[in-house]
Design a protein around this ligand. Sequence first.
Ligand SMILES: [Zn+2]
Length: 200
Amino acid sequence: MCAASRLLCLCDVMPKIELSTRICLVVHHRELTRSSNTGLLAHRALVNSEMRIRGEGREPLDLKDLLIPEYRTFLFYPSDDAVELNKDLVGEQPTPIQLIVPDGTWRQARKLHSRHPELKHVPRVKISAANNSIFQLRAQSRPERMATLQAIAYALRIIESNLVAAQLMKLYHLKIERTLIGRGLLRQSTERAQGNEELQ
Ligand SMILES: [Zn+2]
C-alpha cells in the first residue's frame, strides 16, 4: 500500500513506461521527504530507471558501475561545458542513452562535480529552449528551475517521443493539482470564485 494520504496518492494515475533510455536519479535523502519532490514520481513511472540515495550517515555514492558500454551515458546538468541535448546528439549513435539526473536543488547538484570524480569524463547535457507549449503551464523562465519530472519529460521528448513526454507531464500536472488540493489552496480559490459570483 502506498504511504501517501488518499488525496495525494497518485497510484491510480501512475503510468508504467518501458523505454530503452535509462534514467538514473541521484537524490539527497532529505529531498525525498519534501512534498515538492517529483523525482520519485519519475522513478515510479519509468520502468527502466533507478534511484541512488545519498546523504548523512550513508556511504558516499560511487556511480562508477553506471558507466557500462550498453549505454551512452550523459549527465543532465547545465554546466558551461554542457552540450545541447537535441535530436542530432541522440542520432549520432544507435546505443541507448542513460541519463544521470541529479534531483533536488541545483545548488546541491552543483556539488556533483567534486562529489563524483568518477563522472568527470561523462559528457554533460542541457536543454536550453524549453518553450514548447506543453511546458509553459508553469511558465519556467529558466530550464534549471524546472521540477525534476518536468526536466525528465523534456529530455525524453527529445530522446524518445512526444507521447512519453506528454504522459510524464500529465502526471506532473496531476501532482501539482493534488498537492494544491491537499494544501487547501485549490478549493479556497474555487470558493473565492463562487463568492465573487454572488457579489455580481
Ligand atoms: Zn498511492
